[in-house]
Design a protein around this ligand. Structure first.
Ligand SMILES: O=C(O)CCC(=O)C1=CC=C[C@@H](O)[C@@H]1C(=O)O
Ligand SMILES: [Mg+2]
Length: 354
């Protein structure tokens, strides 16, 4: 069974409202829907969703890589094509690699009648994964959004901070913490907003509060600065977009306690699983988050979270932010995202984008 067609359709999905973080604002998400078909009519889908701000290649480089894979895969068996992705150069364009790998894994898993995560060796294969609410950036409406998320059953609520001076934001965060019922926590993401002194002040102000974790506190992270900050906090500091800025050793010597996994940055499902297993063996924990991409990419991220097992909340409740989508996103209920029951990724494109 060889690959017969390889297409990639550009998409542009506007957000319902601007996605704001200390790294800037996003009004829409763009990428390509990769579709593979073999000569027996088997299909597979993947989302190529570059976003340089999260550590991927620029869109033009992703598009060029897709053209290359398209030529290279013609007439290849899917399993052989998957092996070709082991080429080190494929990681120069990780978002393209992630989209193509997803389409191949989807096609192969569907062929075997197995769910994508279940086709991974050593997988814990959860039927559902716990997710955090993505409340967006801290502002005057956050208290209402927090109440709605709690009513909907979320226990971990993620907020973007670092968009305004600490003197404004810290009292707001402290007030939100006072509204949280027992067992609920805030997950904060500063997206590299701070110098070391600002980060220290924040951690001191957060001491004793129900904080799940803090992502990306430092504008210029280094291993010693990260270790010193972590020593100040009872909760984990999480490494996300600055993954490439810290030496690899810091990942495996206990300096970093939590790692955020985003498929377009890591090059796809298989490299993400390998990294997560190594990181977990070194005592750290991993959270999978969406990259605010289409339902196709979100499903791939959900399968990754399911494959990792555990009961931490993952950042996958982002479909609501998009005004339109390429297919039905996985539903979220009572703070959980159930994995699609059928084989493969479980993605079915709408005939025309909704
Ligand atoms: O983790 C979540 O709940 C949602 C995903 C999310 O927060 C992000 C996705 C993409 C870009 C970023 O602004 C942001 C992040 O930094 O984690
Ligand atoms: Mg983050």
């Amino acid at each position: 069974m060889t690959l017969r067609t390889f297409t990639f359709e550009p998409y542009r999905l506007p957000f319902r409202q601007q996605w704001r973080s200390a790294a800037g604002g996003l009004d829409q998400r763009e990428g390509w829907l990769v579709r593979l078909e073999d000569d027996y009519g088997g299909v597979g889908y993947g989302d190529c969703a570059p976003l340089p701000g999260i550590g991927t290649e620029p869109p033009a480089a992703a598009a060029a890589a897709l053209v290359q894979w398209q030529q290279r895969f013609r007439g290849l068996e899917a399993a052989t094509a998957l092996e070709a992705l082991n080429d080190a150069a494929s990681f120069d364009t990780p978002a393209a690699r992630a989209g193509v790998e997803s389409a191949l894994l989807d096609l192969l898993a569907r062929r075997n009648g197995r769910s994508l995560n279940a086709s991974i060796r050593g997988c814990d294969c959860r039927q559902r994964v716990r997710v955090n609410a993505s409340l967006g950036s801290l502002g005057p409406h956050t208290a209402d959004a927090l109440e709605s998320a709690l009513e909907a059953g979320f226990q971990v609520l993620k907020l973007k901070i670092g968009l305004a001076p600490a003197s404004q934001e810290i009292p707001l965060v402290q007030a939100l913490c006072r509204r949280l019922p027992a067992g609920s926590t805030l997950r904060l993401d500063a997206n590299q907003a701070w110098q070391e002194g600002d980060a220290r002040s924040w951690l001191d102000a957060l001491a004793g509060l129900p904080i799940d974790a803090l992502e990306e506190p430092l504008a210029q992270p280094s291993a010693p600065a990260w270790a010193a900050l972590q020593a100040r906090a009872a909760f984990p500091l999480a490494l996300d977009e600055s993954l490439a800025d810290l030496p690899q050793a810091a990942l495996f010597d206990g300096t970093v306690r939590r790692l955020i996994l985003k498929l377009p940055r890591l090059g796809g499902f298989l490299p993400a699983v390998a990294l997560a297993q190594r990181f977990a063996a070194a005592g750290g924990d991993c959270i999978v988050t969406s990259s605010l991409e289409s339902a196709c990419g979100l499903l791939a991220a959900a399968h990754l979270a399911a494959a990792l097992g555990g009961d931490l909340a993952h950042g996958l409740a982002t479909a609501e932010w998009l005004a339109t989508d390429l297919g039905a996103p996985p539903p979220v209920a009572a703070g959980y995202l159930p994995l699609p029951a059928g084989p493969g990724l479980g993605f079915q494109p709408f005939a025309t984008p909704a």
